[in-house]
Design a protein around this ligand. Structure first.
Ligand code: TRP
Length: 351
């Protein structure tokens, strides 16, 4: 099945171009010179006849890299081998949300056969560019709030995928075991990520029921992270971050402040523990990537996204960074140590 883009009027095209240029010039995530979204390594030359899969990711932070590698590996296991049976065009927005639009526009205008969108912002932008090409998202925390699907069971449109729904209550339950005296918890997150907002709502509900006070330190750009963390020092017994791409992109900015103040930092993904966070209770993202690729393969084999339910992962574990534990002076109870996956600073990713 080939999908083609509907012809646009020249004025609309011009406007879209101008808008794209303005967005690129203004920059709103991190470094404004990130760019680099244009490596034209696909659908060219004699590979033209192969079906093409576009993979778009908001960033290359540790977790999203793990997910992408698992996707490419499972696609190959299912017969979709890059350069042999399929062309895979991978593009990262490098943490800069304004880079997403040109990437998704390219995928759509070239009429790729399938788009895999890693993380919420990428999936939202991909859907904004095409309602025809099948889109399989990966690691979208709340696909309904993100307005990607009508419901988890019946997505209804050209989009389905995997969710990494995070339980703030379970993470706070672990926090209570590790730091029982915790009364006040700070919350560091980016206000533009719906994936973060729904977890923060759950955190507040949990806090209200369990006599915890939440002190919010929201940010809009990554350069505010260090100050946000500093603003909590002296006010909170622990800090929590939801499954937030901007935070995950700049973990050291927060961990340096919190480690020095010896404040335990509860996070929402294994990768954030690898990158210096103290502890979490979360899913296995390699399994999530693998499942995402299976869904993509099923669709390439003829299944329709509209009736393919969103899938989640049951493989949940406690993750603890023992170097961080040492820095902040917390001793982990034996029974928790036995169940947990332990990381040290040597497991840190590339940020
Ligand atoms: N769930 C995030 C989203 O919906 C993406 C994500 C996957 C993520 N793994 C992560 C974010 C680890 C932060 C840390 O956009």
């Amino acid at each position: 099945m080939k999908t083609t883009k509907s012809a646009k009027k020249p004025t609309a095209l011009l406007l879209a171009l101008l808008l794209g240029l303005m967005l690129l010039a203004s920059g709103c995530g991190g470094d404004s010179n990130a760019g680099g979204s244009d490596g034209d390594n696909a659908a060219g030359g004699n590979e033209d006849s192969l079906p093409t899969i576009g993979i778009v990711s908001i960033s290359d932070h540790t977790s999203l890299t793990m997910i992408r590698e698992a996707i490419v590996e499972q696609l190959a296991a299912d017969g979709y081998i890059d350069g042999e049976t399929v062309t895979i065009d991978y593009q990262s927005a490098q943490g800069e949300p304004s880079n997403l639009k040109p990437i998704c526009q390219k995928f759509s205008s070239k009429g790729y056969d399938l788009i895999i969108a890693i993380a919420t912002p990428s999936a939202q932008m991909a859907l904004g560019e095409t309602t025809e090409i099948p889109i399989v998202f990966s690691a979208v925390t709340d696909p309904v709030s993100a307005e990607l699907v009508d419901s988890l069971d019946q997505p209804g449109g050209n989009v389905t995928g995997t969710s990494d729904a995070v339980s703030a209550s379970k993470i706070m339950g672990l926090a209570k075991q590790l730091t029982p005296d915790m009364k006040t918890v700070g919350a560091v997150y980016c206000t533009s990520e719906v994936n973060s907002l729904s977890v923060i709502e759950e955190l507040k509900a949990y806090a209200a029921e369990n006599g915890l006070t939440v002190v919010e330190a929201p940010i809009t750009v990554s350069s505010e992270l260090r100050d946000a963390a500093s603003s909590l020092v002296g006010k909170v017994d622990a800090v929590f971050s939801p499954i937030d791409n901007i935070v995950a992109d700049s973990m050291p900015a927060i961990t340096q402040v919190l480690d020095e103040a010896q404040i335990p930092y509860y996070v929402s993904a294994d990768s954030m523990v690898m990158d210096g966070g103290f502890a979490t209770y979360g899913i296995n993202y390699v399994s999530l990537g693998t499942e995402t690729a299976r869904m993509a393969a099923e669709i390439l084999d003829g299944a329709t996204p509209a009736s393919m339910a969103v899938r989640t992962i049951d493989d949940v574990q406690i993750y603890i960074n023992t170097d961080t534990a040492q820095r902040i002076g917390i001793e982990i109870p034996e029974d928790i140590l036995e169940q947990a996956v332990l990381f040290t600073d040597e497991n840190a990713g590339n940020n």
